[in-house]
Unconditional design. Structure first.
Length: 393
């Protein structure tokens, strides 16, 4: 009997984040598992999308992206990231940052190449590595320290002649760490020493708190050509369902490789939504300050709610997740805890183990997402009353 599925899809399991969404929906719960807003995108943007549909942007866009959108991305990358980008040579528009990461790895990885990654890490990078043939080398962030540093010696030791790239994600999912300039400079020096690429996922760049500054590693001296910067509209404009993202590859040869992989995988991202994206990327600077202010209020609300319920929280300085420690509840593990949480309280969260190569490292951790209305978070507060730290879950 022939096997039903290819080995490659047997190498990884269903997304834990999406699974938790499914389970939360079964219990009619509040989904703090998958990070997506429960509030509307800016009205002006919805208007722009409707207008684009009516104006006839309904056939394929140029495969690597609408020229107007690429122009707008270059314009924003100049002021937001200190990057001088040529829209014709460096940018490829993709179906979200998810496709952007996949096509980047498909374009640069030979089977067996090593890719360094900080853990905990966003779960998609695991399957991305497996599908591209990359061998991941993990370097731990120390979550017991509020700055969540990595050990420089450990990072240095992870680099070697087989290292093709390092994946950087700042602001970081799931911890909310914002990498400092010094940290990025150290990473950049290792990339240069070992002739490796930096692949950087910066989708939370405009969700940042407490005076933290977002720095694009591509803007550091000597790094533009050896960096692939990934971004998307999802988080910045509250449109996670649009699936519009992009790759900025400083090396035109890498850009060409990315475009080829992208063309044959998806042809292109939704044409009318790319046109609407032009409007979004020209929003005034105040829009971005307003976004961070809005999320800071949500962060502070959920931090207080979770602390009151008995969680020990890491205070995020960026992105929209709170990584917690659940030791106070005496639960055997994170998966059992999340299941009980959704069954007993109707609140969905993500087991910490799904962010680690060794599940044991996340057994007492759970991630909550807070792109939710304050009323929703207040409802979470009420629901969490069914959970008492003394009571084992
Ligand atoms: N990036 C979001 C998260 O980490 C959504 C993940 C997804 O479902 N693609 O929750």
């Amino acid at each position: 009997m022939k096997r039903t599925t290819a080995t490659r899809v047997g190498l990884f399991t269903e997304s834990v984040i999406r699974e938790m969404t499914r389970i939360t929906n079964l219990y009619d719960g509040i989904n703090l598992a998958q990070g997506f807003p429960d509030f509307d995108a800016p009205a002006e943007l919805i208007q722009a999308a409707a207008q684009a549909l009516r104006a006839g942007w309904n056939q394929y866009a140029i495969t690597w992206g609408s020229p107007r959108l690429r122009q707008a991305i270059a314009h924003k990358a100049a002021w937001a990231n200190d990057l001088s980008v040529d829209p014709d040579r460096h940018i490829t528009v993709t179906c979200g940052a998810t496709e952007a990461m996949m096509v980047t790895l498909l374009a640069v990885i030979e089977p067996g190449d090593e890719v360094v990654i900080f853990e905990p890490f966003y779960e998609n990078y695991g399957p991305d590595a497996l599908l591209s043939g990359a061998h991941l080398r993990y370097v731990r962030l120390n979550l017991d320290d509020p700055e969540m540093p990595f050990d420089r010696g450990e990072l240095r030791a992870a680099f070697g002649p087989r290292t093709r790239a390092i994946i950087v994600n700042t602001p970081h999912n799931p911890t909310g760490k914002v990498f400092t300039r010094e940290e990025l400079e150290f990473i950049a020096s290792l990339c240069q020493e070992w002739d490796a690429l930096a692949i950087t996922d910066e989708v939370y760049e405009h969700i940042i708190y407490d005076g933290a500054t977002h720095i694009s590693i591509a803007s550091l001296p000597g790094m533009f050509e050896r960096t692939v910067t990934i971004n998307s509209m999802s988080k910045t404009y509250s449109v996670t369902g649009w699936r519009v993202g992009w790759v900025i590859a400083g090396d035109p040869a890498i850009s060409d490789g990315v475009r080829k992989a992208h063309d044959f995988l998806t042809v292109g991202a939704a044409a009318p939504l790319q046109e609407a994206g032009v409007v979004a990327l020209h929003f005034p600077r105040e829009y971005y300050r307003g976004l961070s202010d809005m999320y800071r209020a949500k962060r502070d609300a959920l931090l207080e709610i979770l602390a009151q319920a008995g969680f020990r929280c890491i205070v995020p300085r960026g992105a929209y997740y709170i990584m917690t420690d659940i030791s106070a509840f005496g639960s055997p593990d994170d998966v059992t805890f999340c299941r009980t949480l959704v069954e007993r309280c109707g609140v969905g969260a993500v087991p910490g183990s799904s962010f680690y190569s060794d599940p044991a490292a996340g057994r007492q951790r759970v991630r909550f997402a807070y792109p939710k209305r304050l009323e929703t978070l207040e409802d979470v507060r009420r629901r969490l009353r069914a959970l008492a730290p003394a009571r084992s879950v």
